[in-house]
Design a protein around this ligand. Structure first.
Ligand SMILES: Cc1cc2nc3c(=O)[nH]c(=O)nc-3n(C[C@H](O)[C@H](O)[C@H](O)COP(=O)(O)OP(=O)(O)OC[C@H]3O[C@@H](n4cnc5c(N)ncnc54)[C@H](O)[C@@H]3O)c2cc1C
Length: 390
């Protein structure tokens, strides 16, 4: 059973009002700046302030800790809406909420009271610090080490590809507290790591897509943390804490993939009616109709898979297979629709005047983050066999 945060009672009417508010915000504030901020790789500080007002930094945090207590289903719809216009800003609250969910699921009561209200208000903004230069999929191979020193830990090592680490103020940091432990996962722990001396943002990375959002290399040099920052207060549980949050993380990424797919389809449907060749709009050529038909069917299927995984998560069912299917299919659909839309736009797809090229650049990341799509299919297959043992 998942031990997800308490969800507040949101009626269908409340949900519709909330989604309308998000729609209006996306049109008013996100769409107009997307192209410029993406191209200039400029951080959208003003969106962060508006996200605070909308309550997005506390979207899935329980009301008792100051959050909105949204279900995964409602939250996924918000993410899809944002990503259908510009995927990158969803990362500002997505990674932050995965960190918050881990604290709520695995933290001590003191940690929940200390961090979650500040996170819900957006005063403390964070992300996840798992990946290292030598270890992404194989997380148990990380080398960052935390050694106990009285009532502190001293941390040394490096992380890479960490989203929200320049403009955010904290990360949930995966380390080895016992590098010699066998099996390796027994020597892993997580820390709630606020920025301080020895927590060094070494370099902002230049990226193909997902621009405007800060993704950095971090170095930890004799970085000292009080022992009460150890998530859950017990060493050796970090790997379980990290993988325990993956279902929600994958639903998030799936929702982003579905959003990219839906946005690309929307643009393609419009352009196919505007652009004429051989005396008629290209949407009247069968080759284009085949593309639009295929895209539309896959978008609908992706959204349904996201919804079904989110519903399973909300009811507390084990849903690693469902989340894996949603993540795999919806993100591949994002890539598929972005590519097909590029073809429909013809030469103009290559112009930065038309925003479809951004969807094309952003889509591929969704197939890599939060467990690559190769790993998703392996997880699906393993669960399939597990659930159908003969
Ligand atoms: C823009 C961006 C933002 C990111 N943000 C964050 C963040 O905020 N926090 C964070 O911790 N990380 C973040 N990441 C890192 C991301 O999670 C990793 O890139 C991802 O987990 C893959 O790890 P890797 O790059 O080391 O690839 P590798 O693990 O080296 O994998 C390389 C290839 O081998 C395949 N492979 C590996 N092992 C197996 C296996 N057992 N079976 C079959 N195939 C296998 C993979 O599927 C992949 O195709 C981010 C990455 C990017 C690009």
């Amino acid at each position: 059973m998942n031990q997800q945060p308490t969800t507040a009672h949101w009626t269908a009417e409340d949900e519709a009002t909330l989604l309308d508010t998000i729609d209006a915000w996306v049109e008013r504030s996100v769409r107009p700046i997307a192209r410029e901020y993406d191209q200039e790789d400029k951080y959208p500080h003003e969106l962060v302030e508006e996200m605070k007002e909308l309550g997005l930094f506390g979207a899935t945090i329980s009301p008792e800790y100051g959050g909105l207590g949204l279900s995964a289903s409602t939250y996924a719809k918000i993410v899809t809406k944002v990503a259908s216009v510009w995927m990158a800003p969803s990362g500002i609250f997505n990674s932050h909420l995965i960190m918050a969910a881990a604290i709520e699921r695995c933290g001590t009561e003191d940690q929940k009271r200390r961090y979650l209200p500040r996170m819900a208000a957006g005063e403390l903004r964070g992300g996840l610090g798992l990946t290292e230069p030598n270890a992404g999929t194989d997380l148990q191979a990380i080398r960052t080490v935390a050694r106990r020193d009285g009532d502190h830990y001293v941390i040394n090592g490096a992380k890479t590809w960490i989203t929200n680490s320049l403009h955010g103020s904290a990360i949930l940091l995966l380390v080895k507290t016992d590098p010699e432990a066998q099996p390796r996962h027994k020597g892993m722990s997580m820390f709630i790591a606020e920025k301080g001396e020895g927590f060094i943002v070494a370099k902002k990375m230049k990226k193909l897509g997902y621009r405007a959002i800060d993704t950095c290399e971090l170095v930890f040099q004799d970085y000292r943390l009080p022992a009460d920052c150890l998530l859950g207060g017990e060493e050796g549980r970090g790997f379980q804490h990290a993988v325990g949050g993956l279902e929600l993380g994958r639903i998030n990424i799936a929702a982003r993939g579905a959003g990219i797919a839906e946005g690309a389809l929307r643009m393609a449907v419009r352009y196919a009616q505007e652009r004429k060749t051989f005396g008629k709009p290209i949407c009247e050529h069968q080759a284009i109709q085949l593309k639009l038909g295929e895209m539309a069917a896959r978008v609908e299927a992706a959204k349904l898979l996201v919804e079904s995984a989110a519903r399973a998560y909300d009811t507390g069912q084990r849903c690693d297979m469902e989340a894996g299917m949603a993540k795999y299919f919806a993100t591949e659909t994002g890539v598929f629709c972005a590519q097909e839309a590029m073809r429909i736009f013809g030469g103009y797809s290559y112009s930065t005047e038309y925003e479809i090229e951004r969807f094309y650049r952003d889509a591929m990341l969704m197939c890599i983050g939060e467990g690559t799509n190769e790993m998703q299919r392996i997880i699906i297959a393993k669960q399939l066999v597990e659930r159908n043992r003969i």
